[in-house]
Design a protein around this ligand. Sequence first.
Ligand code: HEM
Length: 136
Amino acid sequence: MPRFAVWTVRAALLHLGVGFTLGALILFHKGAPLDPALWRLLPLHVEMLLAGWMAQLAMGVAFWILPRFRGTERGNVRLAALAVVTLNVGVLGVGVGGLAGWDAAVLLGRVAELLAAGMFAAHAWPRVKPVSTSTQ
Ligand code: HEM
C-alpha cells in the first residue's frame, strides 16, 4: 500500500472514530438529556461519517488499487493529494460551520467537497482501464 493511501485511510479512520463518538453523544442525549446544544453536533457527525469516513476511505483505497501506468506510476498524484486535503477542509467547513451557525462556512465547505470529488475523479479517470500486461 503506498504511503499516500496509508495516510488517507488513517485520516478516514480518524473521522470514523470522532464521527461515531459524536453520534454516541447525541444518542445518549436522546435517552438521557444532557444539553440541548448537543444537537448542534449533528452536522459534524453526518459530515465526518459520510464524507470524512466513507468518501475518504474510498479515495484512499481507490488510489492504492486502481490500475497503474507502466506497472508502477499512479498518474497525477498531486491532484489526488489536493483532492484529499480539499475534502478534509470541506468536511471541517461544513461541520464546524453547521456547529457554529456560519452559513458561509457551510457553503464554502460544500464547494470544497464538490471540488475534491471533481479533482479525485480527474485523477482516477485515466486509471480506470482494462489491465493488460504491457500497460499495467
Ligand atoms: C457510518 C456510520 C454513520 C453514518 C453514515 C451516519 C449518518 C447519519 C446521518 C446522515 C444522520 C442524519 C439523519 C437525519 O438527518 O435524518 C445521522 C443521525 C444520527 N446519528 Fe448517525 N451515522 C452513522 C453512525 C452513527 C453511530 C455509530 C451513532 C451512535 C453511536 C449515530 C448516532 C446518530 C444519532 C443519534 C443521530 C440523530 C438521530 C435523530 O435525528 O434522532 N450514528 N447519522
